[in-house]
Design a protein around this ligand. Structure first.
Ligand code: ZN
Length: 234
């Protein structure tokens, strides 16, 4: 549970909260044994349908996509777009941020663009994001408050439009969308991406949002495919 003590924690981070609720029972060895036996069964299934699957992956990683998503347990990258391991290079953090000073994100972005030469960078937010809600509810939680500072700034920039939305859930969902759009622009403004475009390398940056309630992704239509476009969108 990332944000204990708030009413937003349980619905927003349901999977983790559910685990924490039964901590004594669920954190025992039996729970991990379940994961290990699942792993054996999964590996066997993969080999049954494709005997060379792991041999291929062992020798090559050539994903076309970099996924920048939220750490939320309900938004697993490869699973919700139904692709196998090896197809998406993944970076996840609380509230799917792409902060230009974060060494972790920047390392992933540079490796994805310069070494793996991914063709698409996809920022994937989700409605009902606990991180987005936590950024603006006024409660103090510690380090995460600093991490979420860009979301508070974004809220301030769009305060009038957001506060014109009467329904609180709809207002937060709009902030989730605005956050994705801002992170798309951050990625497109990054030097690694700008340099790739200058070299003539094809990289597109996209913004998607995922609905926990029905499992569907919506493309926010904010794709940036070149330096001129990034400049225009600022
Ligand atoms: Zn989230």
């Amino acid at each position: 549970m990332l944000f204990p003590g708030t009413s937003l924690s349980a619905p927003a981070l349901g999977g983790d909260a559910a685990l924490a609720a039964g901590a004594g029972r669920l954190y025992g060895c039996g729970m991990l044994d379940g994961l290990k036996s699942n792993n054996r069964a999964w590996a066997a299934r993969m080999v049954a349908t494709d005997p060379d699957f792991f041999k291929r992956l062992e020798h090559q990683q050539s994903p076309d996509y970099l996924w920048i998503g939220c750490s939320d347990s309900r938004v697993p990258a490869t699973q919700i777009v139904d692709v196998d391991p090896g197809q998406i290079f993944v970076h996840r953090n609380i509230a799917n941020l792409a902060p230009p000073q974060d060494a972790n994100y920047l390392s992933v972005l540079q490796y994805a663009v310069e070494v793996l030469k991914v063709k698409h960078v996809i920022v994937v937010g989700h409605y009902g994001c606990g991180g987005i809600a936590a950024a603006i509810d006024g409660a103090r939680r510690g380090l995460v408050d600093h991490w979420l500072h860009p979301v508070r700034e974004l809220y301030r920039e769009h305060r009038a439009a957001l506060e014109a939305i009467g329904d609180q859930r709809a207002r937060l969902d709009r902030l989730c969308e605005l956050n994705v759009i801002r992170q798309v622009r951050n990625v497109a403004a990054d030097l690694f991406v700008q340099e790739a475009w200058a070299r003539g390398q094809e990289v597109q940056v996209h913004g998607w949002i995922y609905a926990l309630g029905n499992g569907l992704i919506t493309d926010l239509g904010v794709t940036i495919a070149g330096a001129a476009e990034a400049e225009r969108l600022g």
